[in-house]
Design a protein around this ligand. Structure first.
Ligand code: 5GP
Ligand code: MG
Length: 180
């Protein structure tokens, strides 16, 4: 989607900064997985664009790319804390593997807890969490994000994979609604 947003969206992170941030994350991740390689589990749907860009700059060997679906938002902008997971992983793909979860944005922390608990139950050799964006002000549970691309203020953001009611995912940069 090349069109610029026209709904009062305000630019938060332009394309070149996203690219630089993803490259920096990739170097950190590379350092931790050079000898072992990594299995990536991407959290649908918001992390798809980020995951695709990250994969293309990672140098560590990616043994496998898998997806889980996590959702709690419905159509609104407030997380409900009730995270539904869908899209089960084959335990053989995770068991004994060094697994990295790749997500779009850390908000309350409930998604991180739910996805980590699920994958930990499948017996990975190690498990880390990468998020492109972090809104620490919104945290409701104490969780650890191992790799964070950008810490941002408490705005509802869209673009670069992230939606509002399924819209705006194709915007190449990250925008926010000034009044939300
Ligand atoms: P948490 O479980 O940490 O509250 O929420 C994480 C998930 O909520 C993210 O993976 C994302 O899907 C959604 N989310 C949280 N904040 C935002 C936001 O500002 N914009 C969009 N589009 N999704 C968000
Ligand atoms: Mg998400």
């Amino acid at each position: 989607m090349a069109a610029m947003p026209s709904d009062g969206l305000t630019l938060l992170i332009p394309e070149d900064e996203l690219r630089a941030g993803v490259a920096t994350l990739a170097r950190e991740i590379d350092r931790d997985y050079t000898t072992t390689g990594v299995v990536i589990v991407s959290v649908l749907k918001g992390a798809t664009i980020f995951t695709a860009d990250l994969l293309r700059v990672l140098q560590a060997e990616v043994h496998r790319l898998e997806f889980v679906r996590a959702g709690s938002y419905g159509g609104g902008t407030e997380s409900s804390g009730d995270v539904r997971l869908a899209g089960t992983l084959d335990p053989r793909h995770v068991n004994g593997q060094h697994v990295l979860i790749v997500d779009d944005i850390a908000d309350t922390g409930y998604t991180c807890v739910a996805v980590k608990n699920y994958i930990n139950g499948l017996g990975p050799a190690s498990l880390r969490y990468c998020t492109l964006l972090d809104k620490p002000e919104r945290r409701e549970v104490e969780v650890q994000y191992d790799y964070v691309g950008f810490t941002i203020p408490n705005h509802f953001v869209v673009g670069y994979g992230m939606d509002f009611d399924e819209r705006y995912r194709g915007l190449p940069a990250v925008y926010y609604f000034p009044d939300a």
